[in-house]
Ligand binder design. Structure first.
Ligand SMILES: [Ca+2]
Ligand SMILES: [Ca+2]
Length: 171
């Protein structure tokens, strides 16, 4: 009886070694690890691509306070934006340079972006709400200081379309 049991044990032990060798079990484990590594690499790449596609480096900028927290949006600097929700930019209009021009570039076919300019009392001074590519505001503001450029989408259904924003000032 004991011998039989030992023989059975040997048989099971032999099968345990032989089967993985015959089926290349050792290699399979490596392959599995490689597959896992590839899968993880693909996942990271996809995530990075999605993050890059969704990148709006100015966020969060959905309120006046958040716009201020982002720091002043410098003049003569083209900003690459992505329209996912309202984007507000604080600007600092310098003394003696009160006439400002704001340009927003985009394709209207992708979505109807509009822009406005508010003062630091959150009062709207000007807006541009055309139904063509690009929006522009030219205005002489009453005093130097903080103003807000507000970029939004007319239908309130922002779809991640790209836009570019720039503002300039002159006497
Ligand atoms: Ca925003
Ligand atoms: Ca528009």
């Amino acid at each position: 009886m004991e011998r039989k049991r030992f023989a059975l044990f040997l048989l099971i032990f032999a099968i345990g070694i032989a089967v993985p060798l015959m089926t290349g079990g050792g290699c399979k484990k490596d392959d599995k690890k490689k597959d896992q590594q590839v899968a993880i690499a693909i996942m990271i790449a996809n995530h990075d691509a999605a993050a890059a596609a969704n990148a709006d480096l100015h966020e969060p900028d959905d309120s006046y306070a958040e716009a201020i927290a982002q720091g002043f949006f410098p003049a003569d600097t083209l900003f690459d934006g992505t329209m996912y929700d309202d984007d507000i930019f604080a600007i600092d209009v310098p003394t003696g340079q009160l006439t400002i021009t704001i340009d927003c570039y985009f394709f209207h076919a992708e979505g109807d972006i509009d822009i406005s300019l508010d003062d630091d009392n959150f009062f709207e001074l000007a807006y541009s709400e055309d139904v063509f590519d690009d929006e522009q505001i030219i205005i002489t503001v009453p005093a130097p200081g903080t103003y807000f450029i507000w970029v939004w989408q007319w239908n309130f259904l922002p779809n991640g379309q790209d836009y570019q924003l720039i503002w300039t000032h002159r006497p």
